[in-house]
Design a protein around this ligand. Structure first.
Ligand SMILES: *Cc1c(COP(=O)(O)O)cnc(C)c1O
Length: 509
């Protein structure tokens, strides 16, 4: 195991930061503004077939004009989008320490494999006889994920983590209904991701809130007092959103099972567990995984993601339809004959391209590689914790897993909040960490480096955070006005969320 070096001397933080501080700031007009009539990005040969009367062919669906579309040449379009792309921060540019999101590197081999012709060009309406390879990809990934989670059955249909939660809780509901015992409530700890209570509510359950104990974990006695004949399930994130492993997880499972309730695990934090311990072995009945977090498939910008749901045998009959099955001759097919299924949750079979990438990642690492990945992720988070805990308040001293949560308590004395510190981090060339989440930590700074980061990049991040802590003491205004190095300075985020302008309109004045 690597040893943690001496704290970096404060001298290292004077002078200019070691990382790039300026973004490329080329100004760029909208395509509509750059447009000039008659420009085209294509050239067609002269018409050599009879012209058709669109009105006669299409009736009222025919359009005389295309409306006001921008007219530009090909290179203008290419440059426009290339310039826009340079305004984005990306994992391929540097560390993306967004806690809870597990923003890890997507290895290029994933992309290579997913672009192989037979895979990229496969069509969901292709007959099963011509889709044996694709079916095998699904089956192999399912087997790997079952081995990793220790569960009995799985569906790859859900398109994201929240969608996986929805599917998992539908299984819970179908299970209780099938026993003639529909239940009304789902217990959710106050440290939960916001999607958990939203899922429970959208599936028709009442949410019962459970307060965390002083270590940020579940208070088993309090849970015992809450669980009753109406409890359908507990939704638990493990490790929790403060990056703490739930040591009493066995007991928690026993408390629930004794009263006929189920244990749902939000598996978005599996990057701290893969290869070390398995939810199926510590009492979990149903869980989702985020392939776009733990298994390295691309993440952000709204998808596509993938949120497989794994469950124990008792929930298998309810899994979404269809499921992959093996025929007696060894070929694979989809089985649609599932009378107790909750139905489909997604068209076709889920986001197949994500399955290919996740499988490539799992096979490229192998069991020992995956275990190493987990250990490196935990080591990196603890390295950051050790290097920053003298300057930033650590509200929970419980050992950290793959992420560490500080609070802004010391900086608030100078009027500086977590969001301000995060904006200043942009000036040092990093994407901000997660701010103000989880809610049980007021002014949270939630940092998750993942195993992707080298010691060198972590040191740059630590440098930046230490320098920012100094600035908070010496020059608070510098932080309050940040970022300074970006094209656009601090935005009105509330305005952007509440009154978004999503459409360009011609300036008619
Ligand atoms: C990311 C995350 C989710 C939701 O996953 P999406 O793919 O964004 O829908 C749920 N729970 C936790 C703990 C998460 O970190």
């Amino acid at each position: 195991m690597a040893t943690i070096a001496e704290p970096i001397s404060e001298k290292a933080f004077t002078g200019t930061p070691r990382k790039v501080t300026a973004h490329i700031t080329q100004n760029e007009a909208l395509m509509f503004e750059k447009s000039s009539p008659g420009k085209k990005g294509y050239k067609l040969p002269p018409l050599d077939v009879p012209e058709v009367d669109a009105q006669a062919l299409l009736g009222s669906a025919a359009r005389e004009s295309t409306g006001a579309l921008p007219e530009l040449s090909e290179i203008e379009i290419i440059r426009h989008f290339t310039r826009l792309s340079t305004w984005n921060y990306a994992i391929d540019l540097g560390m993306y320490p967004l806690g809870s999101c597990t923003m890890k590197y997507n290895p290029r081999v994933n992309e290579y494999v997913s672009r192989l012709e037979g895979i990229a060009e496969a069509h969901p309406y292709q007959p099963e006889s011509l889709s044996q390879g694709a079916l095998q990809v699904i089956k192999s990934l399912q087997e790997c994920l079952l081995e990793i989670t220790g569960m009995d059955a799985i569906t790859l249909q859900p398109a994201a983590g929240a969608h996986g939660e929805f599917t998992g809780i539908l299984l819970v509901r179908a299970y209780h209904q099938s026993r003639g015992n529909p239940r009304k409530t789902i217990i959710i700890p106050d440290s939960a991701h916001g999607t958990n209570p939203a899922t429970a509510a959208i599936c028709g359950y009442q949410v019962v809130n459970l307060k965390s104990n002083a270590q940020g974990g579940i208070d088993v006695a309090a849970l015992e007092a809450l669980v009753n004949e109406d409890t359908a399930a507990l939704m638990l994130t493990n490790p929790s959103t403060i990056g703490v492993f739930e040591h009493q997880i066995h007991k928690i499972a026993d408390v629930l099972h004794a009263r006929g309730a189920l244990l749902y695990m939000d598996g978005a934090n599996m990057n701290a567990l893969v290869g070390k311990t398995r939810p199926g072995d510590f009492g979990v009945d149903v869980m989702h995984l985020n392939l776009h977090k733990t298994f390295s498939t691309p993440h952000g910008g709204g998808g596509p993601g993938s949120g497989p749901v794994a469950c124990k045998k008792i929930l298998e009959p309810f899994l979404p339809t269809p499921v992959v099955a093996e025929s007696s001759d060894g070929t694979l097919h989809f089985n649609y004959n599932r009378p107790q299924s909750v139905g489909r949750v997604r068209m076709f079979y889920g986001n197949f391209g994500m399955f290919v990438r996740a499988l490539a990642y799992i096979l490229a690492n192998g069991p020992d590689g995956l275990r190493q990945t987990t250990e490196d992720a935990v080591l990196n988070a603890n390295y950051i914790r050790a290097k920053l805990e003298d300057l930033y308040e650590l509200p929970y001293k419980t050992p950290s897993m793959h992420e560490v949560v500080f609070s802004d308590r010391r900086q608030v004395r100078n009027g500086i909040k977590t969001g301000d510190l995060a904006k200043r981090l942009i000036d040092y060339g990093f994407h901000p960490y997660t701010t103000s989440f989880p809610l049980i930590v007021p002014g949270a700074l939630m940092i998750e480096p993942t195993e992707s980061e080298s010691r060198e990049e972590l040191d740059l991040f630590i440098d930046a955070m230490r320098q920012i802590a100094r600035e908070a003491e010496e020059n608070p205004q510098l932080i309050l006005d940040a970022p300074h190095s970006t094209r656009i300075s601090r935005l009105d985020e509330t305005g952007a969320a509440r009154k978004p302008i999503l459409r360009w309109k011609p300036n008619t004045e």
